[in-house]
Each structure stands twice: as structure tokens, then as C-alpha cells.
Design a protein around this ligand. Structure first.
Ligand SMILES: Cc1cc2nc3c(=O)[nH]c(=O)nc-3n(C[C@H](O)[C@H](O)[C@H](O)COP(=O)(O)O)c2cc1C
Length: 261
């Protein structure tokens, strides 16, 4: 069968995210957005397509900030109340009966009950007569522990991400399932190595191994911890800590938040 070109989303399952913003006057806003994607690995950008007449867009232009809330299928009943037209002076958290989850970096609040929150600042926008592409920089990404596997990856069976595919007259809600097969990123490259691996190997706290070494060194320098001499040895050898020492220091410093996938 041949379909009309605009019917692409009848065949691309899309995430249903909720973007929360706050206006200059302090009015909180929520809107579902499905035309959204990350911009290449390992860049920290997220891009979404918006119509011009959106309070979401107006608020982002005013404040330069927004939160992308990733939700499970338990948010289905919140889609229409937040998608309906509401005048800008209406608080859409109240309309939808949703509670806010205060953000750490941006003024826009997140939504309580989502499984992940991307606090973003406006990076760039590309305005065309029929649409605007908004590129946000993810400044903070928090994911609820309840949807994480022990290695820090998403347990989709726990998250049950809310998605949809378009139909002629309706949005058909759906979710994703794991099929039990993985490929390493490196498999795409001739030498089997993923060139981006060092950039993406981050801890749950958003700190990589090198940064963690530096933090530990600073902490231990100012404390009377018995590992001080090992760190100084490593430092004076031109290399902050080698892997074994780092692991030893890490295991002796549990409680610093050093455990990571
Ligand atoms: C599932 C779903 C996905 C949507 N995705 C988008 C989108 O990607 N871009 C957009 O401009 N509008 C999208 N909309 C429409 C807006 O959510 C809707 O117009 C909303 O009222 C805008 O609210 P606001 O004016 O408070 O920003 C979507 C609506 C639904 C129900």
C-alpha cells in the first residue's frame, strides 16, 4: 500500500514525552511532545519540533529553560488534559492534577511520577514558517532508581515508556519490550572499538573515572585518610592513579558515591 507522505508517524512509534516549562510570570505549563529525539551520540543535545502557537515555545523563548519528562504508560490519562488548548494564564499542573518535582538547575519544574527528567537550556532554534526546531542542551539527566538495572541501563519492563503510533482517527498508545539481544557499539567499526567509548563512560553521578580520581585526590588530600601516600605516589609518577589503586581507593571510600556501573 502507498500512503500519503504526511502519514509517517503512522509507522514510526514515537515517545510521548511531557515538556514542562514556566512563564516569565511564573505560570507552570505542561504539553505532550512526540516529535523529539537526541542529537547524535555522545552530544548532550535534544531536539524537538514545535508548532509556532505553543505556550511551551513562548516560555522557552522567555526563560531559555525547559524539562523533558519521560513517563510510563501510567501517564496516559494525563495526555489529553495537557494537550488541550489552555490559555497561557492557566496552571497546567493544576489542570492535569500533577505534582511538581523541583528541578536542580533550571527554573521549570519537572513532573513527579515521571521515570526520568532532562533539565535543559535552550541551545538554538531553527524557525521556519510552518514549524520550529528547538535544540536544548541537557544540563542534568536524572533517572529514577526504580527503572534502572544494576548496571545503570534502563529496565524497559519497569519503565513501560509511553509511546504512540498515529492512526487515521486516533493515537494508538503502545510501549517497548526488550527482545533479549544486544550488539556493542564497537561492532559498527572495522576494528571493533567504539571511538566514543571514553566520552560516554560516565558514572551514575555524571562523573567519569578521570574526574573521579581528581575528586578523590582532593578529598583525600584534605583528610587524614590512610590512602594519602598512595595517591601522592600516583600523582608524582605523572599518572593520578592506576586502575588497581583506583579500585582499592574506591572500595575503601564507599560512601563517597564512588560506586558506578
Ligand atoms: C501525543 C501528543 C504528541 C504531541 N506532540 C507534539 C509535538 O511534537 N510538537 C507540537 O508542536 N505539538 C505536539 N502536540 C500538541 C501539543 O501538545 C498541544 O498543542 C498542546 O496544547 C500545546 O500546549 P502549550 O500551548 O501549552 O504548549 C502533541 C500532542 C499529543 C497528544
Amino acid at each position: 500500500m502507498i500512503f500519503k507522505p504526511f502519514m509517517r508517524e503512522h509507522f514510526i512509534p514515537l515517545p510521548v514525552t511531557f515538556i514542562s516549562t514556566i512563564s516569565r510570570e511564573g505560570i507552570r505549563n505542561i504539553a505532550p511532545y512526540s516529535c523529539i529525539m537526541p542529537v547524535l551520540r555522545p552530544l548532550p543535545f535534544v531536539c524537538f519540533a514545535s508548532a509556532h502557537r505553543r505556550d511551551t515555545l513562548k516560555n522557552i523563548r522567555e526563560t531559555g529553560e525547559f524539562v523533558v519528562n519521560l513517563v510510563g504508560t501510567d501517564f496516559i490519562d494525563n495526555v489529553i488534559p495537557t494537550a488541550r488548548f489552555n490559555p497561557p494564564e492557566v496552571d497546567e499542573f493544576e489542570i492535569a492534577g500533577l505534582e511538581e518535582k523541583p528541578s536542580e538547575i533550571v527554573s521549570a519544574p519537572g513532573i513527579k511520577g515521571a521515570y526520568a527528567w532532562m533539565e535543559c537550556t535552550l541551545h538554538k532554534e531553527y524557525a521556519e514558517p510552518a514549524y520550529v526546531l528547538v535544540v536544548g542542551e541537557v544540563k542534568r539527566l536524572e533517572v529514577s532508581d526504580r527503572v534502572l538495572k544494576p548496571d545503570g541501563s534502563l529496565d524497559v519492563g519497569m519503565a513501560y515508556p509511553l509511546m504512540m503510533v498515529g492512526g487515521y482517527k486516533e493515537m494508538n498508545y503502545c510501549t517497548v519490550v526488550e527482545v533479549g539481544k544486544q550488539d556493542p557499539y564497537g561492532a559498527m567499526f572495522p576494528n571493533g572499538k567504539d571511538p566514543l567509548a571514553p566520552h560516554v563512560r560516565k558514572t551514575r553521578n555524571g562523573v567519569n573515572g578521570k574526574e573521579m580520581s581528581l575528586l578523590l585526590m582532593l578529598y583525600l588530600s584534605f583528610s587524614k585518610h590512610p590512602c594519602n601516600h598512595i595517591l601522592y605516589w600516583g600523582f608524582f609518577n605523572g599518572q593520578i592513579v592506576n586502575r588497581q589503586i583506583f579500585q582499592y581507593v574506591r572500595s575503601s571510600c564507599r560512601g563517597l558515591g564512588a560506586g558506578n556501573p
